[in-house]
Ligand binder design. Structure first.
Ligand SMILES: C=CC1=C(C)c2cc3[nH]c(cc4nc(cc5[nH]c(cc1n2)c(C)c5CCC(=O)O)C(CCC(=O)O)=C4C)c(C)c3C=C
Ligand SMILES: [Fe+2]
Length: 322
């Protein structure tokens, strides 16, 4: 079983960030602009300036073991391997790979093959399906297999945005957070954004995100005044899904909402976009606008509840196969 997440630079320095961004932002699933124009913008503008701009952000979140998204994904793989127990664990090897950067899908598929593994269940750790993430990981997988003579048998999980165990673990993480840190006035669900045009052309991501937020709000018995959703991490000048998270927290802070809980259900592991953008940037915007208590509820990460969810997904998708 291969857990797949987005990827991250190898180090918080300009060459590593540049290498990572080049691979990520060259993917036509992520950027749909005409290739030639985009090549020029990417190489002549973005890769010249953005890596340096991102160094301090990555330095802030970097740990002695490396980038959080990578270490957490590794812990999820270890946790799942242990949770599978003796019977299933003896027959299923759990590992992880990244769509961009290391450890790469081609390297991991080759390693699995050397171990004689013939069947691979791929679980992209994106609860909500998007062509920019889920399908991009499928493409990376297909490209890796295009170079293999003897390919494995495959199963691929498309989404789990409304899986009862996923909703339950989000609900429990909110309740656990409330028990320890107290309950704030409102709960904001912030999802990674997408260019609006992608959704208009048929990417079902927004609907997936809405279904997740609604299911969690219902389970928590929140009325409409107690929760809202928004989209973060906009890049470039095109219109992205609205409302934007930065504008939303600013407005809430300015309009007398003094205390806010924020959860990012689309991120299965904490990363730059949660630890830096939400915890630091958006907290700052909220406080500047007049808000006081801003509480970020961590991602499910390698929490036992999350491992249980991964185990359920694994068992469900292995049925009839081994
Ligand atoms: C420019 C287009 C982008 C689209 C479309 C996009 C969709 C998307 N991304 C995630 C998850 C993550 N994105 C992360 C970082 C990140 N994302 C983009 C751009 C797009 N993402 C960029 C340029 C970056 C790098 C940082 C930056 O330049 O601001 C990360 C964090 C990686 C890390 O190192 O910690 C994650 C995770 C989703 C789920 C998604 C669509 C649904
Ligand atoms: Fe992103």
């Amino acid at each position: 079983m291969l857990l797949v997440n987005l990827g991250t630079p190898d180090a918080p320095d300009a060459p590593s960030i540049r290498r990572y961004l080049k691979q990520f932002l060259s993917d036509p699933r992520v950027i749909e602009a005409p290739r030639l124009i985009w090549w020029a913008v990417l190489n002549l503008v973005i890769l010249r300036f953005r890596p340096r701009k991102l160094i301090p952000n990555y330095r802030k979140i970097w740990t002695p073991k490396g980038s959080p998204i990578k270490t957490i994904t590794q812990q999820q793989a270890c946790g799942l391997q242990n949770a599978l127990g003796q019977e299933l664990g003896a027959r299923v090897l759990v590992d992880f790979a990244m769509t961009y950067g290391a450890p790469s899908l081609p390297d991991k598929l080759a390693a699995l093959q050397r171990q004689g593994i013939e069947k691979v269940l791929v679980l992209p750790l994106y609860p909500q399906y998007s062509a920019t993430t889920t399908a991009a990981s499928f493409d990376a997988l297909a490209q890796a297999m295009a170079k293999m003579r003897d390919i494995p048998e495959l199963r691929f999980v498309k989404r789990y945005h409304n899986h009862p165990a996923y909703i339950a673990s989000l609900v429990d993480s909110v309740r656990a957070h409330w028990r320890v840190r107290g309950r704030q006035g409102k709960l904001l669900f912030s999802f990674h954004g997408l260019p609006k045009a992608y959704v208009e052309k048929g990417d079902p991501y927004r609907r997936d995100a809405e279904e997740t937020a609604l299911a969690v709000a219902r389970e928590l018995k929140l009325d409409e005044s107690q929760w809202l959703m928004s989209f973060q991490s906009r890049v470039g000048t095109a219109e992205w899904l609205k409302p934007y998270t930065d504008a939303t927290v600013t407005e809430l802070g300015a309009n007398g909402c003094e205390a806010l809980d924020v959860i990012c259900p689309g991120f299965s592991a904490d990363c730059l976009e949660t630890l830096e953008e939400i915890e630091e940037e958006n907290r700052g915007l909220y406080e500047q606008a007049g808000g006081k208590d801003f509480h970020y509820i961590p991602a499910l990460n390698a929490e036992p509840e999350h491992i249980e969810l991964l185990q359920e997904l694994c068992e469900q998708h292995l049925r009839g196969w081994i």
